[in-house]
Design a protein around this ligand. Structure first.
Ligand code: FAD
Length: 310
């Protein structure tokens, strides 16, 4: 079976979720990966460690999902791929339905397991609150792999990287501005996340969130109203209408735990909630709960971790 995996390369860096998609694909068949933009060929060759045999590199730096969809369809044809895998992240979610429509191929969004012997794939549905079992009966299929669903195993192989120069047409959209996330740790890839909500009262109080995140080496996140009011940038907003994350540790301070917030974070491995209200719904989803004032707990936690590390 031949598999094509689309590799997203934010800021020229191969995302962890793309590496997971390559490894996942290698458990299904022979993987050809496709990347575009300004990304190192050595880094692409290293995808061999995760099972890619070949990598196609398209010079276009487009971020237009329509053009990327065309690029993927042409690469899938060139690799005779019957399974196309993308990460089920913001970029993948924008591209995959277009590829699915273009190739008349069934789409499995939010896959969390490999296909079983009958071709059934487990998926997250209703924002992760339930599981689905999906099988597509079209000759070709598209799979959107939920980030952090599968453990990676690293080998020693090196992939062959070749240039791929198929025509992808002009962009039908005008991108006026691309806001890149500041800071070193991408929220979508972070293992540890410190997040806060309206309980912090104002943007001037975020120093204690950032301090704790810095001590832990964590990314920062926030609830939607906090981003809507402009206390924090929109790319930090997690939840149903924001980014869905699955870190190993999610610390939430001053967030009530509304269902729409939980939809984006309830797949976190360990959830720690800090809230003054013992009835806050978030405590029901928490592994550890601290009934207390974030203004006291966050700095105390930071100091304790610093002392522990020293
Ligand atoms: P609040 O609900 O105001 O909660 C603040 C919490 O802080 C309270 O629990 C309070 O007890 C606690 N608190 C107060 N002071 C302190 C203190 N000193 N120390 C510790 N705790 C304190 N929300 C999202 O987050 N993400 C989404 O993607 C999202 N999508 C939505 C989509 C739709 C269609 C709708 C209708 C809503 C959506 N929402 C989303 C909004 C969601 O319903 C909640 O309104 C929102 O999550 C609440 O944000 P919050 O917890 O920061 O604020």
């Amino acid at each position: 079976m031949s598999v094509l995996v689309y590799i997203s390369t934010p800021n020229g860096h191969i995302s962890k979720s793309a590496i997971e998609a390559v490894y996942y694909g290698s458990q299904i068949g022979e993987v050809t990966a496709l990347a575009n933009g300004n990304v190192s060929k050595d880094d692409l060759a290293n995808l061999g460690k995760y099972g890619a045999k070949n990598v196609l590199l398209h010079a276009s730096e487009t971020e237009d999902p329509s053009q990327l969809s065309k690029m993927i369809q042409k690469a899938a044809t060139s690799a005779s791929a019957d399974t196309i895998i993308l990460s089920y992240d913001l970029i993948g979610k924008a591209i995959a339905p277009r590829v699915s429509a273009g190739m008349k191929a069934g789409y499995v969004p939010g896959a969390t397991t490999l296909p079983d012997a009958n071709g059934l794939i487990k998926t997250n549905v209703f924002s992760g609150k339930a599981k689905g079992l999906v099988k597509v009966n079209t000759p070709k299929r598209i799979i959107g792999l939920t980030p952090n669903s599968i453990p990676l195993v690293e080998g020693n192989d090196v992939a062959t990287v070749t240039d791929f120069s198929e025509e992808i047409g002009n962009s039908s959209i005008t991108i006026k501005e691309i806001k890149k996330q500041e800071g070193d740790i991408l929220l979508t890839e972070a293992d540890l996340v410190v997040s806060a909500g309206r309980g912090l009262k104002g943007p001037e109080n975020w120093g204690m969130v950032e301090d704790l995140a810095k001590t832990l080496g964590a990314a920062t996140a926030c609830s939607r109203p906090v981003a809507d009011i402009g206390w924090r940038p929109h790319h930090e907003h997690v939840g149903q209408t924001g980014i869905a994350i699955r870190p190993n540790l999610y610390i939430a301070a001053g967030i009530s735990g509304a269902i729409q917030h939980l939809a984006g974070v309830n797949q976190s491995k360990t959830i720690v909630v800090i809230n003054t209200d013992p009835e806050a719904p978030f405590f029901k989803a928490a592994d550890y709960g601290v009934i207390g004032d974030a203004f006291e707990v966050l700095p105390a936690l930071n100091e304790a971790i610093k002392n522990f590390k020293a």
